[in-house]
Design a protein around this ligand. Structure first.
Ligand code: HEM
Ligand SMILES: [Ca+2]
Length: 771
């Protein structure tokens, strides 16, 4: 505690002396915090004391302000906070109170339930056949160089903890909070995970796995690969620990997500009026930088099967793995019915272990670094980074082919599905690269950009070693990506008001001093499990490939999932990029292409997986609370009648019993876009909150001041990075693009965005990198 105070004071001193900095505009102070460490009895007039989760760290606080701690009525401490204080979301109180047993009895219980937990985990159930469409779905959870054994071990530890907690609660009828307070639930065989240690907190370059970003010793792992997702609100797990949300507030079972999908998410062609498919594809590419969940597997590492072999129905309970949550399909399903498919495979997500054998509610693991650090290009571990480098002149390994440099072809025969002997599949920093061909194209483009930067750097600094060239080029590429995200991507996605309220616009000049070591950059479940999945609605079912202004070929997206081979056809990458630039994306609404909702990953099957149903089931698996709770979190009014959803009311009534049941992903997409944003207001808030964490919780954020960022850019370099646009990167790396709209995410028809010659798009001058 003492050390921590010293550290934050140190930051404060820095910030005070920085105010005179060029470009740093002190904002009007809305509220002066007293002393952060003191716990106040009352908050100043008009300010409420709320649990920390309700006081998002970014709103109305300046970099040098820390929220005042205060005493909540529950005796715990909270924050004096200007936002979120009208929140009343509370946990349903359906557990009987209980007196804790004495220590000896507890130990006995722990040993007993641990044995049960272990038996559950090692029970080997059916493994999914490789020709099942869900097999490809399962592949999207794989990392580039997955260490099966290590992943399996960590997943096992986590499950053991959680199942132990669940079993104790059930047996002893305890409140989840009481279970969490048990301080010692280990026995002699327990393996307790310790927080990783960071040897050097002043490294110039980011680590590969994101460790050592936060300079405080007890937080150095924040945002690192393998750390859990966190939450905006407490989970809606039905037992408070990990049981999925499966019941309506009236006690009946929630409707199957497949039924919700059929009734609420038809496939309409509703193109956005001025945003193109590149925006959609860049969104998925960015997603894969900050999140990758993982599904629980059989003990031997094989994917779990939850439906009968022929898919006609779910497995009988005694044969079903505890991680199964199969999606049931109605007999009258107009799509799956004729194929006699009564069941879609679905397996729950892996969890991250708590440190020191503590017990808490289930927290889903994310396998990639939570930071926006181009981990999709470089991998989320040193091991993968090593695999991707050529170790010559700082470059990534690529292979010159007919269309220019291509990513290495992976020899792991499963990366494009089990039945794909001889299929071409590429290797990059992310395991999902081959999922759809346009994603593979972006991975190819950014690998080329890295090598382009490295080759310029070696020219101006011939004395640099391979390592130095690699790290410098990586640092530049990460800065470019961060700049594109905050300057070009986000303003379209969340709109002007949120960009301002959450202070997300990149500064025009000078350094930023926004970093706050109190902000954990970790992904929120609500963000990755719901809000950022808005993107699924923006996907178009076809790529309309043009030639001289005529549509020459319509490529159906399921035909280019896990099958990127066309990138090797002469001219194809350029033609596909041109399509992404000119074809409009679909609107973010309650319409999703059948390419995702029934044909996804169909391979050679007549039917595929339903991504809409998967998103809904995933939210329930993660215990994401219902739409209404989040409306309240952002200060909105709860929906009391379905009529408030307008024309969708009658359809909603068919699939939900009560407005409080509406799943977050569903409710969010039913909202009209908020002002000039792509998504509705609730998703705007959740997304902006997260991107403010990516900015303010990342010490290495490209524009951070030298006193904050050990890998800071010089003023001259920063000035150059601010010239970067996605259009420039496309010009530099994708042939034969010679004309392009300056603002790459808007179609060329958008006023003022007519395509211009590449030579008229500003370029980064690398002379600032000479040393
Ligand atoms: C281009 C076609 C796309 C396909 C085939 C696709 C497919 C998938 C699949 C299969 C999952 C895992 C679902 C689960 O089991 O929970 C997923 C997750 C996700 N997708 Fe997509 N997606 C696409 C585009 C997008 C776009 C455009 C965005 C956002 C702009 C997006 C955002 C997400 C997010 C945030 C997740 C959660 C990732 C995680 O935490 O593991 N996706 N997607
Ligand atoms: Ca990352």
């Amino acid at each position: 505690e003492v050390e921590f105070r010293k550290y934050t004071d140190y930051f404060d001193d820095q910030f005070d002396s920085l105010e005179s900095f060029q470009g740093y505009q002190p904002r009007e102070q809305t509220f002066r915090y007293v002393s952060s460490e003191e716990i106040a009895k009352y908050c100043p007039n008009g300010v409420k004391c709320v649990p920390p989760i309700q006081c998002p760290a970014h709103v109305n606080l300046r970099s040098n302000e820390k929220p005042q701690k205060c005493r909540l009525s529950s005796k715990k401490w909270g924050y004096c906070c200007l936002t979120g204080y009208n929140l009343t979301v509370s946990r349903p109180d359906k557990y009987r109170n209980h007196q804790l047993r004495n220590g000896a009895m507890l130990r006995e219980i722990v040993t007993e339930v641990k044995n049960i937990a272990e038996r559950m985990i090692s029970h080997r159930s059916h493994s999914l056949r490789t020709d099942n469409p869900d097999f490809l779905h399962h592949l999207t959870f794989q990392s580039t160089n997955r260490n099966h054994q290590r992943d399996g071990k960590i997943s096992k530890w986590a499950l053991e903890q959680i199942l132990t907690g669940q079993l104790i609660r059930e047996r002893e009828q305890m409140l989840p909070e009481e279970v969490f307070e048990l301080t010692d639930v280990r026995d002699e065989n327990s393996v307790c995970l310790q927080p990783p240690k960071c040897k050097n907190t002043q490294l110039k370059y980011r680590t590969a796995d994101g460790n050592c970003n936060n300079p405080l010793p007890d937080r150095s792992f924040w945002g690192a690969a393998g750390q859990p997702m966190e939450r905006l609100l407490l989970p809606a797990y039905e037992d408070g620990i990990w049981a999925p949300r499966q019941h309506s507030v009236d006690g009946s079972l929630l409707t199957s997500p497949r039924t919700v999908s059929r009734i609420l998410f038809p496939d309409f062609d509703r193109p956005h009026s001025f945003i193109n498919l590149l925006f959609m594809q860049f969104g998925q590419f960015t997603t894969h930088d900050f999140t990758q969940s993982s599904s629980i597997q059989n003990d031997d590492g094989q994917p779990i099967q939850c439906c009968k072999d022929d898919g006609s129905s779910v497995l009988p309970p005694e044969e079903m793995h505890f991680a199964c949550m199969p999606i049931e399909v109605d007999a009258d399903d107009e799509f799956y019915g004729p194929f006699n498919q009564g069941c879609i495979n679905f397996v729950r997500l892996s969890l991250a272990p708590y440190f020191n054998c503590r017990i808490g509610f289930g927290k889903q693991i994310s396998k990639v670094t939570h930071f926006l650090d181009a981990s999709g290009v470089y991998g989320s571990s040193l091991e993968v980074q090593g695999l991707l480098r050529s170790f010559q002149d700082g470059k990534l390994e690529v292979f010159p082919r007919i269309n220019g440099d291509m990513l290495p072809i992976t020899t792991r025969n499963q990366s494009c599905g089990g039945t794909s002997e001889g299929k071409i599949c590429y290797l990059s920093g992310d395991g999902r690269t081959n999922q759809i061909i346009s994603l593979t194209l972006l991975h190819t483009m950014f690998a080329r950009e890295h090598n382009r930067i490295a080759s310029i750097l070696v020219r101006i600094n011939p004395h640099y070693s391979d390592e130095l060239l690699f790290q410098e080029a990586r640092r530049v590429l990460i800065a470019e990506m961060q700049h594109i995200i905050y300057a070009e991507y986000l303003p379209l996605l969340v709109g002007r008001s949120a960009m301002e309220r959450f202070r997300l616009y990149p500064e025009k000049n000078g350094y930023t001093v926004d970093y706050d070591p109190n902000i954990n950059p970790a992904i929120r479940n609500e963000f990755s499990g719901a809000a950022f999945r808005f993107g699924h609605s923006t996907v178009d079912g076809h790529f309309k490939m043009e030639s001289n202004g005529n549509v020459e070929e319509k490529i159906e997206i399921p035909d280019v999932m896990f099958d990127p081979e066309r990138l090797e056809q002469e001219g194809f990458p350029g033609a596909l990029m041109q399509t992404l630039l000119v074809q409009n994306m679909q609107k973010a609404d309650h319409s999703v292409t059948r390419g995702l909702s029934v044909f996804m990953f169909r391979g050679s099957n007549p039917f595929g997986v339903d991504l809409v149903a998967t998103n809904i089931q995933r939210g329930r698996d993660q215990g994401i609370r219902s739409y209404n709770d989040y409306l309240e979190l952002i200060g909105g009014k709860r929906i009391e009648s379905f009529d408030e959803f307008g024309p969708m009311a009658s359809r909603l009534r068919l699939v939900y019993r009560h407005p409080d049941d509406v799943d977050l992903w569903v409710g969010g997409l039913l909202e009209d876009p908020f002002q000039d944003a792509v998504v509705g207001q609730l998703f705007v808030e959740i997304i902006a909150e997260q991107f403010s964490r990516f900015k303010r919780g990342d010490r290495y954020f490209y524009s951070n001041h030298p006193k904050i960022n050990p890998g800071y850019l010089t003023p001259c370099q920063l000035r150059e990075i601010r010239k970067v646009t996605l259009a420039r990167i496309i010009c530099d790396n994708i042939e034969p693009i010679v004309n392009i709209q300056p603002f790459a995410f808007l179609t060329g028809e958008f006023p003022g965005n007519q395509p211009v010659k590449c030579q008229n798009i500003p370029k980064v001058d690398f002379s600032c990198w000479k040393s």
